[in-house]
Design a protein around this ligand. Structure first.
Ligand SMILES: [Zn+2]
Length: 431
């Protein structure tokens, strides 16, 4: 029997509305006790967590691990090492790989590579349509049997509304959410940044917020017709937040996520023409950022996800207009959330932890995101005050396209435990 005792930390477990200074005991990979002065005679390790937050293992439900197909940008092993270094014990892998994860064998491959890497839990998301081409429904039942936790054509929305309705109507029996990459590709065609005052000034073609709002609205309407669960990925526009808020009020089973970059950055950054500020959906205006924060505060936006999107350096060094969309986030996102949401007094610590643990676990229907007695011991220790500098050159991810590189930040994961095993320990560099 292996046991770890974590003493004197601030235990935050939103599932049990716990926020107290106490000890946490892990035995045989499960949470054995939470309380003051926990008695444990045979522990293998005692961890002093004074001054640290002890949270359920963080969950990032939107990452791109690039395997199979683009292993020079990321692999399931490198991505899951980056995940635990960022405090994440569970990540969901989007299916837009090459080949696409649209069948049982491909889902099983991702599951097995995740198990072989033996770092974070890697949960595959299966495509909605074969090859993400938007023409034919993928085999939902077979993918779910192999371990798929959601369905998404991320990178594209399913352009054919009739087909998406069929997919939702048939797919709802599996109880998994459909994750919407909300982008009307016809309306956004040719755009490289948010359409607004800044794109006009810079003379770059824009992607209007309406391209997102139209698909958010359409997908909510289709989910209401089909009675399926819908999750809106990377919400970026103020109008989308309003649509989601109204839909929730009317009882539609819709949830939503926001990313670190859409909370921290605006389209003004594009004036630098640095491709590390190029993503889809694009960085938008200050009003949109304010609306996202209000949406997080009032619960319209349920969770936080990085949309970790590795790209090789050569590609990201292309001229802005030709560089690919997307930035990495697994090793920087927690610090950015702390700055934009905790330091800025948008959320309390328990609210932030809920949006990174309990809420994504509920949306995905997985038995994670809690420190309840008997639960699998996925645990993250966070030092909320640790000052450090984000240095993409030192990331465990294979890619370096981080828009926060060089920034001085406060707060990071210092210990990450997956099923009772320590997978990451932050070793401070000597001064
Ligand atoms: Zn997307």
């Amino acid at each position: 029997m292996t046991a770890i005792l974590i003493t004197g930390g601030r235990i935050i477990d939103p599932a049990n509305t716990l926020d107290l200074q106490a000890d946490l005991l892990i035995e045989d990979g499960r949470i054995a006790a939470v309380g003051r002065n926990v008695h444990a005679p045979h522990v293998a390790e005692i961890i002093d967590a004074a001054g640290l937050i002890v949270a359920p293992g963080l969950i990032d439900m939107h990452v791109h691990l690039r395997e199979p197909g683009l292993e020079h940008e990321e692999t399931i092993a490198s991505g899951s090492r980056a995940a635990v270094a960022g405090g994440f014990t569970t990540v969901c892998a989007m299916p837009n790989t090459d080949p696409c994860v649209d069948n049982e064998g491909a889902v099983a491959f991702v599951v097995n590579q995740g198990l072989a890497a033996d770092q974070a839990n890697v949960l595959p998301i299966g495509a909605i349509t074969l090859g993400r081409k938007g023409e034919q429904m993928a085999e939902f039942g077979q993918m779910v049997r192999a371990g798929a936790v959601a369905f998404s054509d991320d990178g594209d929305s399913v352009r054919n509304s009739g087909l998406l309705r069929q997919c939702m109507t048939y797919g709802k029996m599996f109880g998994k959410p459909f994750i919407s990459h909300a982008e009307d590709k016809d309306l956004a065609a040719g755009g490289v940044m948010h359409a607004g005052a800044v794109s006009a000034r810079l003379g770059l073609p824009g992607m209007p917020a309406a391209a997102e709002e139209i698909i958010v609205s359409r997908d909510i309407t289709l989910a209401r017709m089909a009675g399926s669960k819908l999750h809106i990925a990377h919400v970026s526009a103020a109008g989308s937040v309003d649509i989601i808020r109204a839909a929730k009020k009317s009882g539609v089973a819709v949830s939503a996520e926001a990313t670190p970059h859409h909370l921290a950055l605006t389209d003004e950054t594009i004036a630098s023409f640095d491709p590390n500020f190029k993503m889809s959906p694009p960085l938008r205006a200050a009003d949109d950022v304010a609306a996202l924060k209000e949406g997080l505060r009032d619960g319209s936006i349920d969770c936080l996800a990085s949309d970790h999107a590795p790209h090789e350096r050569e590609e990201k060094e292309l001229e802005f207009a030709f560089a690919p969309f997307g930035v990495i986030g697994l090793e920087s996102s927690l610090a950015v959330y702390i700055r934009e949401l905790i330091a800025a007094k948008v959320l309390s610590w328990p609210e932030l932890i809920a949006k990174m643990t309990l809420n994504p676990a509920r949306i995905l229907g997985i038995d994670r995101g809690t420190l309840s007695k008997g639960a699998v011991a996925d645990v993250t220790l966070i030092d909320p005050d640790l000052q450090w500098t984000i240095d993409a050159e030192k990331f465990l991810s294979k890619s370096r396209n981080c828009p926060f590189h060089g920034q001085s930040v406060r707060g990071r994961a210092v210990l990450t435990i997956v099923a009772g095993h320590i997978k990451f320990r932050h070793v401070p560099r000597p001064a």
